[in-house]
Design a protein around this ligand. Sequence first.
Ligand code: URA
Length: 431
Amino acid sequence: MRAVDIIIKKREKQELAREEIQFFVDGFTRGEILDYQAAAWAMAVLLNGMTPRETTDLTLAMAHSGAILDLSGVVDIAVDKHSSGGVGDKTTFVVLPVAAACGLPVGKMSGRGLGFSGGTLDKIESIPGYRCDLSTEEFKQQLKEAGIVLTGQSLDLAPADGKLYALRDVTGTVQSMPLIASSIMSKKIAAGAQAIVLDVKVGLGAFMQTLDEARTLARLMMDIGKLAGREVIALLSDMNQPLGHAVGNALEVREAIDTLHGGGPLDFREHCLHVAAHMLVVGRRAADLASARRMAEEAIASGAAFEKFRLLVRAQGGDVAYVDDPEKLPRAKFVEVVTANRSGNISQVHARLVGEAAVALGAGRSRKDDQIDYAVGLVIHHKVGDFVERGQPLFTVHANDTREQAEAREAALAAFGWSEKPVAPLPLFYE
Ligand code: URA
């Protein structure tokens, strides 16, 4: 078999056999199939799609490109959550500590930024010293002792996804249903989750733009999960506007810490409580959603969730002084509050445009080896449905370069839509 023939076959819209997918994933993992071939193949998949069978084979090949964690004997039930990617999505920093504080151990493997969508690992690395490269043994050990783990793909867990994910980010090949489904589910299967809560985002700042697409992606992932013997539930949540206010790495960590202290934006807090409650139910820590929700609220109110976050950061080598005093986190040189140049009801805060503005400031990557600027980003002060008076703060730009600051200001201004008439707020969840 030759990699080029497999690329051509997909280019010609033909269905790949299981052996061909396996050959491609194995060769890419070993470094025998090179980045440019994998990028061409990913583009062919993006343009021509995959059948559910091909997607399942790809998922299982990527999951088995490294070790599969067996967490029996480590936890009674391994529960995980994953978001399909969005703007301002710092949910993991609140949901994991809340679940762990309610007695549900959670070990999660996350990803880096992808296109306009920020990455959990990039965000948490704004805390100096935090390690995202735990080995399988370290993962298990920490899960047993601390009950909470948040790491990246180690060399021995789903390494094929780790490599492909980094390539997709910079080759315009993120927005593909089979590539997203296989990326997410291969990580979850490899990390040993028995029950998985999927947060599938839909809207302008999501990879899935319509409810139908999001539903299809959710079903595809649930089917793959079932086939691999895992229990999977999927929530379809709104990503037309950024989640919470902050978009940008350290800014988002600060907002998550505020939320763990009982503050934070209402939409973000509510979103986290809902996801955490579902995890507590599938993790058999609560009989129903209502009692799970009360447990989650109590974990925040008592400070137990914040303590779990602190424990997570310390366990992974991060400097907890930054958690105790988030003001210490990286700060941008230029901070500009942009005010509304008109009065009106906000009808849109286009999440993708905001995400792209943050990437242009340096919060994401344009090339695989680009350095992330942890300090930069945007804080959006309003939500769809708010009435804003002319002259009120609309958003704040955090920049380290004045030219980028000006560009981000214009891009973020263009993200806003206005209406003379009252506008209904957007729902948090659709299904
Ligand atoms: N999250 C992932 O882990 N992979 C994707 O492809 C998209 C979101």
